[in-house]
Structures are given as C-alpha cells and as structure tokens.
Design a protein around this ligand. Structure first.
Ligand SMILES: Cc1ncc(COP(=O)(O)O)c(C=O)c1O
Length: 393
C-alpha cells in the first residue's frame, strides 16, 4: 500500500496538544505549530483498522495483555535493531516520562546526583528536580557543527553522589544517533564509577539513511548489566495519544523492584485501544515506517536546501535521527527572549525555544519536520519573510 504523506489533515479540532496549547505556551493561537514532537501524518492503516475493529466490538471493560503483546514487541526489536530484550523483563508504561520519573524515584535516593547531557529533552530536568534529586550537567560539545559527548567533563563531574545518567539515544533535540564506539566509551566510564545508565530510546526507529541505532542493551554484558531502557511505538507510528510505552530491564532484581513501585499505585494495565494498536504496529507497520522514513529523508533535504539558499543566516544541524532539526540562529544576533518573540510574533511559527533544552540551547530553535512538505515549506517561508523584513522587532 502506498501512503500519502503530503495529505494535510486538520488536527486542530481533535484535542491536539500542539494546537490547543498554542495560546497558553506562546501567547497566541494564530501561528503555525511546529513544536510538539508528534507527527501530522495518519498512523499505518493496520493500526487504524485494529482500533476500528476494537471500537466496533463496543465493549470496553477491563482488559489485560496476552502473551503475544511483549512477544511482538521483542520481535520488533530483534528484527529492526538486532536486540533481544528478555520478553519476561519488559514492563508496560503509559509514557517514557512516567517511566523515567518512576525509575528516578525507585533507583536513587533524595539528594543523589543524576547526569544529563544538554541540550537535552527538557522533562529530564524536571523529573530529577521534582523528585528532589540534583541535576549534573555534562554538556555535549559542538565540534564544528557536530555534537559529541565530552568524556573528560563527564569523568570530572562524577563523584560518589552521582548515581545515574539519563541518556537520550537518539538525542533530542540535536538529532545525533550515537555510534557503538561512543556508547561503549560512555558505558565504560559509567561502569567504572558505578553510575547506572537509563537509556531513553524512544526515537530508536526514526533513524535516517546512513545511520544505525545501537540499543544500549546490545553492548557487552558488563556495560549493560544494570541497564534500564525505555522505548515506545509512540514516535514510530505516531500514537503518543494512546499512551503505551515499554521499559526493559537487564536483570530480574531491577524488574521486580520497578514492579513493586508500580504496585504501590496499583498501576498495571494498558487501555484496550493501545493493546490493539501496539501489536498491529509492531506486526504490520514496517511497510508504512519505511515509506515514512523516505518521506522524512526528503523533508530533511528540503529543509536544508531551503535554509541554505534562502535563509543563510540560520545553520541547520543535519539530523541523523528523530524528526526534529536543530537550528542555529545565533547569526541573527538576538538574545533568547528576542528570538522567541521574533519567531512567534514576526514569523508566526511555534518552535521549541533552544533554551528550553538548557542554557546551551540559547540562540537555537528546534523545528519539527514530521509534517506534509507543504506545511514545512509554509513554516520556512514565514521565517524567511520575517527575516527579510527584520526591522523594528
Ligand atoms: C527523548 C524523549 N523522551 C520521551 C518523550 C516523551 O515520551 P512519552 O510521551 O512516552 O512520555 C519524548 C517526546 O518528545 C522525547 O523526545
């Protein structure tokens, strides 16, 4: 089946957060939303069919997962990423952020330090701080336009109170797909210092041509024996609204400990639609995903060419994965507040401000390119026009 990713679908009337929270987040609702990290595309047809079939049954009482649920998930991971997470150590979660927060609560103590690598997905900070733990920053280094990990800084920052590192792999917002070598080096430093790695791999299936996602769980056992990995079909198939994700443990003790934490809240079940959708996606969604990746590839090329030719003041970090591009707007010579105001009120686009991801993101913007090319073009045209009229901001 051939999917049409150029189709423009009006999401504004279906509780879309991207649209409905424009006003509260940006102060106006007449701007083009290119911020929240979901896609403006329909999900794969097998998922839509599975949900429709389930809805037609008409009875929505308590549901439970069958054995095939985690088996299907594990098979996908093996097929797509050569990773065999032990099926019996997989746990359902309504969302990766929920899992990360529960992991922080359960596997660290108040006052402990937790490392993150900014600029990074901003809920990482609140998960740590809201649980009375301390954030330790190990900023990525921007080497001539390519972000890399700073291992020397990491070693310097680790002390006996550092208990965990939350890794973003692939990395939102800068779009790096970490290589095996980079991950091994990180893993070695963390193992030597008894720092547990929690790997957020929610973007693992969205990797562009020429790159390969390395699940942390495929690294040598001694680097991953107390690893916790979070992943989900939500970005992959655009089903974040169904609230289903997965936590994978590499040993039974951690699995039991995490489940005990969930038991305190009597939290266990998926909703019935997510069961149908997750299985359908992981079983039959591959054809759609391949076409999606081709389309996203085209959007990346379009975005880069457009900016190079028409908005040369902005530099794009070519993403290796995710559907997010990191725009270096420092040549516009606006401070963070002014840049934000400019994009909202002059260009009339809603982007993620770079500084949301940490101080290191000041002067940058994140744009979501998982939309029909026509919408992407419209967003870029607005920015181009605003820059060409950049007077009296
Ligand atoms: C790195 C990363 N982790 C987690 C999430 C959110 O996950 P969830 O909706 O499952 O809580 C996102 C969403 O953008 C993300 O980019």
């Amino acid at each position: 089946m051939k999917y049409n990713f150029d189709e423009i679908i009006d999401r504004s009337k279906y509780n879309s957060l991207k649209w409905l929270e424009l006003d509260s987040k940006f102060g106006r609702d007449d701007i083009l939303p290119m911020w929240v990290a979901d896609m403006d595309f329909k999900s794969p047809q097998p998922i839509i069919d599975a949900i429709c079939n389930r809805a037609l049954h008409g009875v929505f009482g308590y549901t439970t997962r069958t054995e095939s649920y985690f088996k299907t998930i594990a098979e996908w991971m093996e097929r797509r990423h050569n990773w065999n997470p032990p099926e019996e150590l997989l746990v359902h979660s309504p969302g990766v952020v929920f899992s990360l927060s529960t992991i922080v609560q359960e596997f660290t103590e108040p006052g402990d330090k937790i490392i993150v690598q900014p600029p990074v997905y901003y809920p990482f900070y609140s998960i740590i701080e809201n649980n009375d733990r301390k954030v330790v920053l190990n900023p990525l280094k921007n080497l001539n336009g390519k972000y890399v990990m700073d291992y020397d800084d990491l070693e310097r920052k680790i002390d006996e109170n550092v208990k965990m590192l939350i890794l973003c792999s692939p990395h939102n917002p800068i779009g790096r797909v970490w290589s095996r070598e980079e991950l091994v080096k990180l893993g070695e430093i963390c193992r030597e210092n008894n720092v547990r790695i929690v790997s957020d791999e929610i973007h693992c299936d969205l990797v562009l041509k020429g790159y390969k996602h390395t699940p942390f769980g495929t690294l040598p056992n001694n680097l991953s024996d107390n690893l916790i990995t979070c992943f989900a079909p939500s970005k992959t198939f655009n089903i974040a609204g169904l609230q289903a994700s997965v936590v994978s443990f590499s040993n039974e003790g951690d699995y039991v400990r995490y489940n005990e934490a969930l038991d305190k809240h009597h939290f266990k079940n998926n909703n019935c639609f997510s069961i149908a959708a997750v299985e359908a996606g992981y079983k039959y969604g591959e054809e759609w995903l391949e076409q999606l990746l081709d389309y996203l590839e085209g959007n990346v090329e379009f975005l880069i060419k457009y900016i190079e030719e028409k908005i040369p003041q902005i530099k794009v970090h070519r993403p290796e994965g995710t559907f997010l591009a990191w725009l270096d707007c420092r040549n516009l010579e606006m401070n963070a507040e002014l840049l934000s105001h400019f994009m909202i009120n002059k260009a009339k686009v809603a982007l993620d401000d770079g500084y949301w991801f940490g101080e290191e993101g000041k002067g940058f913007m994140r744009i979501n390119f998982a939309c029909p090319r026509g919408i992407l073009e419209e967003g870029l045209r607005r920015i181009e026009e605003a820059i060409s009229q950049n007077v009296n901001i």
